[in-house]
Design a protein around this ligand. Structure first.
Ligand SMILES: Nc1ncnc2c1ncn2[C@@H]1O[C@H](COP(=O)(O)OP(=O)(O)OP(=O)(O)O)[C@@H](O)[C@H]1O
Length: 225
């Protein structure tokens, strides 16, 4: 059953500047209803990853408004922003930041170390379910010897383990073979359709983009009509 209390995105006059003060992203307005899947596309260097970072409240030198269901990330203190992210946002980014000395289940269920006791078992179960669904090797070895695609899937399982209301993904299918890519897309969209989750993906993968509800093209740091 759709969860209509999920977050809606409201971006106004978002400007992100680079280290030398140049505007690398300018988005006047972006609204997203709860339960929507948005694909972001555009040429290399267009500002897609910068936008995703800004939507997670991770962009340095960002001004304007990035509001999720009435909470403007840019006006929160760094601590509160971190807390909001931990509770509500799942991030699938390119460098997977795995702990090489841990196995896939421990990496994917990492947040259980910090979660309230009542949530730990559910988090580990969900991490294990996503790993299995994406076909990650389950034998007891550390991820140090995993391939790029396997590491990516462990990172994805970690992002999904705490069941976030908002999922932001940068090229989530880039290193995946067709079957894993399709399974991941199906799972992400099931969360959107059945549970009112909000999904935003940056991708060059037409197969993935074509399944999104909306698409946003960016070039030179701006929306293209
Ligand atoms: N901190 C920074 N200071 C200055 N310029 C930056 C900074 N971060 C990113 N840029 C520049 O801003 C532009 C947008 O970068 P971004 O990574 O968002 O592009 P992208 O659309 O995700 O590209 P790709 O598809 O190649 O990953 C690029 O020209 C990049 O070099």
């Amino acid at each position: 059953m759709p969860d209509s209390s999920g977050p809606a995105l409201d971006v106004r006059d978002l400007v992100v500047t680079g280290e030398r003060g140049r505007n690398i992203l300018e988005i006047d307005r972006l609204d997203l209803a709860p339960g929507t899947a948005l694909g972001i596309e555009g040429p290399s260097g267009a500002g897609k990853s910068t936008l995703l970072f800004a939507l997670a409240g991770l962009a340095e030198r960002a001004t304007g408004r990035v509001s999720w269901n009435g909470t403007d990330l840019l006006s929160l203190s760094a601590d509160r922003r971190t807390r909001f992210r931990a509770e509500s946002i799942g991030l699938i980014f390119q460098d997977f930041l795995l702990f090489d000395e841990l196995g896939p289940a421990a990496n994917a269920g990492l947040q259980s170390l910090f979660a309230p006791k009542a949530k730990r078992a559910g988090l580990k179960d969900r991490a294990a379910a996503v790993l299995a669904r994406l076909g990650v090797p389950s034998e007891a070895r550390t991820v140090a010897s995993f391939s790029g695609g396997e590491r990516q899937r462990v990172g994805i399982a970690r992002a999904l383990a705490h069941d976030p209301a908002i999922l932001l993904a940068d090229e989530p299918t880039a290193n995946l073979h067709r079957a894993a890519s399709d399974a991941l897309t199906d799972d992400l969209l099931a969360d959107v359709r059945e549970r009112g989750r909000t999904l935003i993906v940056v991708s060059h993968d037409e197969r993935l983009l074509s399944r999104m509800d909306r698409r946003l093209r960016i070039a030179d740091g701006r929306r293209v009509a």
